[in-house]
Ligand binder design. Sequence first.
Ligand SMILES: NC(=O)C1=CN([C@@H]2O[C@H](COP(=O)(O)OP(=O)(O)OC[C@H]3O[C@@H](n4cnc5c(N)ncnc54)[C@H](OP(=O)(O)O)[C@@H]3O)[C@@H](O)[C@H]2O)C=CC1
Ligand SMILES: O=C(CO)[C@H](O)[C@H](O)COP(=O)(O)O
Ligand SMILES: [Zn+2]
Length: 341
Amino acid sequence: MINQVYRLVSPRQFEITYKDRSLQSDYVVVRPTYLSICAADQRYYTGTRGKEAMAKKLPMALIHEGIGKIVYDPLNEFKTGTPVVMVPNTPVEDDDVIAENYLRSSKFRSSGYDGFMQDYVFLKRDRFVTLPEDLDPHVSAFMELITIAMHCLVRFEAKAHVRRSNFGVWGDGNLGYITSLILKKRYPESKVMIFGKNQYKLEHFSFVDEAYQIDQIPEDLQIDHAFEAVGSKGSQYAINQIIDYLHPEGTISLMGVSEYPIEINTRMILEKGITVIGSSRSGRADFENTVEFMKEHPEFVEYLGTLVGEVQVVRTIQDINDAFEKDLTSSWGKTVIEWKI
Ligand SMILES: NC(=O)C1=CN([C@@H]2O[C@H](COP(=O)(O)OP(=O)(O)OC[C@H]3O[C@@H](n4cnc5c(N)ncnc54)[C@H](OP(=O)(O)O)[C@@H]3O)[C@@H](O)[C@H]2O)C=CC1
Ligand SMILES: O=C(CO)[C@H](O)[C@H](O)COP(=O)(O)O
Ligand SMILES: [Zn+2]
């Protein structure tokens, strides 16, 4: 069959590529239904990812957050129409110690490999997780971003000391919201504090114990462990502020992506014995955990509904551009795409 792949060829410019794919293979064929735009996709769309990376990774189909429905399974294990969430990381080797998303050989969709903007996505049997029929599709569209926070928490729990009476989350955007929400669900007795730049965004965080604008933090405040969900140049300011407010021997879990190296106060990291935990992307196990968590906690899914921002129906290439442009001007939440092309 001929599959149409919608690739970014240069900033703000998409083109259709036609790829011949055989159905006589090991792949399960999924028709994407709902997608969502990540900050990483926007860096490619706008060209802010940097000249070298753009030259190396384009042309490619964007989007690594999305759900779909199975349209063909050569082994007939899954019924046509089964809803699934797609796993963008694609490992090519196993390792007993290093997780699939940290193996340098793994391929990640929409970062050098074609993402989900295709008529059909051909997936190995372990690269999707089935979903309950009644899970909100607008929230499920950005489930990959939820797995990022889940994965970060798994790493935190494996590495941090056991005093967890309060947590600080820096970043009043999508990832900060999801991370604070998961922390509050997981540690209902602990104090969860959000630190952000925008009062109107902080007002969405109704479930946290305390919300602070970053220029109005009480001087004597101290936190056991911190999570950074800011990214870009802002993460430099956030990380250094975290270092100032963190108790000795606390952890800082870093999730924000910076295009350029940033300066951080290593002297105080040493003096306070701080552990910095880097966390990037996620693997199949994180998707399984996230789906289970969402099934068990319907109120968690309801809170995540607050993050559904623009919902754009995409039928043409022009609609793809419109969705990315609208996302750039949106002041809160995730842009969800109804993929009808
Ligand atoms: N590690 C991983 O695997 C993943 C990382 N990411 C990265 O996480 C980062 C956040 O993504 P996302 O939540 O979608 O982006 P958002 O833009 O929604 O969130 C970032 C928020 O941080 C705010 N902010 C800026 N400076 C500070 C500061 N000093 N202290 C506290 N808050 C601040 C921003 O405010 P304002 O807009 O006013 O500047 C914004 O509201 C990005 O870098 C993204 O690429 C995303 C997915 C996966
Ligand atoms: O968003 C992400 C995962 O959900 C990662 O931040 C993204 O994959 C980083 O990739 P790139 O190096 O292409 O910016
Ligand atoms: Zn992402």
